[in-house]
Design a binder for this molecule. Structure first.
Ligand SMILES: [Zn+2]
Ligand SMILES: [Zn+2]
Ligand SMILES: [Zn+2]
Length: 511
């Protein structure tokens, strides 16, 4: 499924003409040409018949150049017929600058990289000039530009010769000569475009039902069936040494509470909606839960703006329903304590999906906190949530402070684990210094994280122990890396469709 081949051809290496019928061309025979067909014929020097004199060849080419000048070069470019987007270039994401965790190298910017470590060792130009370590050797570093040199392949229908983007065609066969466009009976795609397997993960099946229920209630049964939503769940039972979860200074205390191993389940939920015959991935939710204390955490959420548009159902409500459905499911299995850390990405950073639309709005710190507050407040009004508190309110609720770090809500790589590790990493400290530094962080993170209490169920459901782990679909970084490698990206609906079709081939098939 490699998409990196570059078949991009431009008028720089060919001359295109639709005007002079005396010029031989590679277009289809006249009898196959439909009325009004706008096909432009492609002519190169070598295609002009052998027996034509050099003077005549030159005269013909001069004539074509004159026509190009009068009509504008644009008119001669052979366009793809699949969409109005003539751009074929794939995109690049932000790169991380080594100098500082906050610094980014945006798409299009020049940067420095260490030879042999281009994917990991990068400096932005200002940091390279001012913050390059004194002991470093600048001879190992080279300049580059943060662009993606790969392009979408342009396919030519083997029947009508019309050109299509490989992504728009949803064509995955490495043999481009096999391409037949939809007009010539080629079908929507050469791979399966919809998910019709039974959902085995209880939580995902529950969320699928909830989201479709919302659709049906707003847009009616018929449209809801056509535009149906499907949540695919993947999960993995895992454990981590407690000493790897928290810094050594608090290890003994955490071991007392959690034993030597912290057991947890990580889950991925991918939400698809059927759009134009394709199940398109629209958002993903990554969570963790631990049987110790029956707690859960929202780890990551990422979305794309391609939910179908309805007058009386906004995409924000569907996103909210994804959260509410997950929370309601956790309540139904009596996992009653939740944790959310509101941590917005920097514009251009990709948490889950590789390349978002350039016009997509990113919420800032306060915007994202307000967004979570709204979801939690609505959840409480609907009775899905019993109570929620931001961290400042939680401190008050616990009598003014949390004195024992092990009473903090911890999960793998979660906010408080990161905070504790950073405190101890920067300044290895005594227990009292550590607590003092931690208390300062309580104030810094007073409003950006929440604890959530759920009402629970009188007759709880049996906990889902169906696990299907997958290195790409079940793992956020695996998912992102695979998409980057294959140039499966999401800046337009067409490219999101292509990436979705590629991704759903990995879904488990149990019947
Ligand atoms: Zn296209
Ligand atoms: Zn920098
Ligand atoms: Zn065709």
């Amino acid at each position: 499924m490699a998409l990196n081949g570059n078949n991009k051809r431009t008028c720089a290496d060919m001359l295109c003409c639709d005007i002079d019928p005396s010029i031989p061309s590679t277009s289809q025979p006249k009898d196959k040409k439909k009325k009004g067909d706008s096909l432009l014929r492609i002519v190169t020097w070598d295609m002009i018949a052998e027996d034509v004199t050099l003077e005549k060849k030159i005269a013909q080419i001069k004539k074509m150049i004159r026509m190009m000048k009068t009509m504008g070069l644009e008119a001669f470019e052979k366009k793809v017929v699949c969409c109005t987007n003539q751009d074929t270039q794939f995109n690049a994401s932000n790169r991380y600058c080594l100098a500082n965790g906050e610094c980014r190298i945006p798409p299009g910017a020049k940067y420095m990289y260490k030879k042999g470590e281009r994917d990991v060792a990068n400096y932005c130009i200002p940091c390279y000039e001012t913050k390059f370590p004194a002991h470093g050797n600048k001879r190992d570093w080279k300049m580059a530009e943060n662009i993606n040199t790969a392009s979408d392949v342009i396919l030519k229908c083997s029947t009508c010769q019309e050109k299509w983007h490989k992504t728009c065609a949803l064509f995955f066969n490495p043999d481009a000569s096999k391409f037949v466009c939809m007009e010539c009976g080629g079908g929507r795609s050469d791979l399966k475009t919809t998910i019709d397997t039974k959902e085995h993960a209880h939580a995902a099946a529950f969320m699928t039902e909830k989201l479709n229920e919302l659709l049906r209630s707003r847009i009616g049964i018929t449209v809801a069936r056509k535009d149906k939503i499907r949540v695919c769940g993947l999960s993995e039972e895992k454990s981590i040494w407690t000493k790897a979860l928290v810094p050594a200074i608090v290890e003994a205390e955490f071991k007392k509470k959690y034993s030597g191993k912290f057991k947890y389940v990580k889950r991925a939920f991918h939400v698809f909606q059927r759009i134009d015959g394709v199940d398109v991935i629209l958002c993903s939710l990554y969570t963790q839960e631990t049987p110790m204390g029956k707690r859960w955490m929202i780890d990551y959420f990422d979305s794309l703006p391609y939910f179908k548009f309805y007058d009386n159902l906004k995409s924000g409500e569907l996103h909210q329903e994804v959260f509410h459905a997950y929370i309601e499911y956790m309540s139904s299995i009596n996992y009653l304590n939740g944790h959310i850390w509101s941590s917005p990405p920097k514009p251009g950073d990709d948490f889950c999906f590789n390349i978002h639309p350039s016009a997509m709005k990113y919420l800032d710190r306060n915007g994202l906190i307000a967004w979570y507050q709204r979801i939690l407040k609505n959840g409480r009004s609907l009775g899905i949530i019993k109570e929620y508190r931001n961290f400042r309110e939680e401190l008050e609720h616990q009598g003014g402070s949390i004195e024992k770090p092990s009473d903090l809500p911890v999960f793998v790589d979660s906010l408080w684990c990161q905070v504790m590790k950073e405190i101890n990493f920067e300044h290895p400290n005594s227990p009292s210094e550590f607590m003092e530094a931690l208390q300062k962080q309580y104030e810094i993170h007073a409003t950006d994280n929440f604890v959530i209490e759920l009402p629970g169920a009188k007759t709880p459901r049996e906990r889902d122990t169906w696990y299907y782990s997958h290195p790409i679909l079940g793992d956020r970084m695996g998912f992102l890396k695979k998409c980057v490698k294959e140039n499966w990206e999401f800046p337009t609906l067409a490219r999101a469709m292509y990436a979705s079709v590629a991704l759903i081939q990995y879904l488990p098939r149990y019947e």
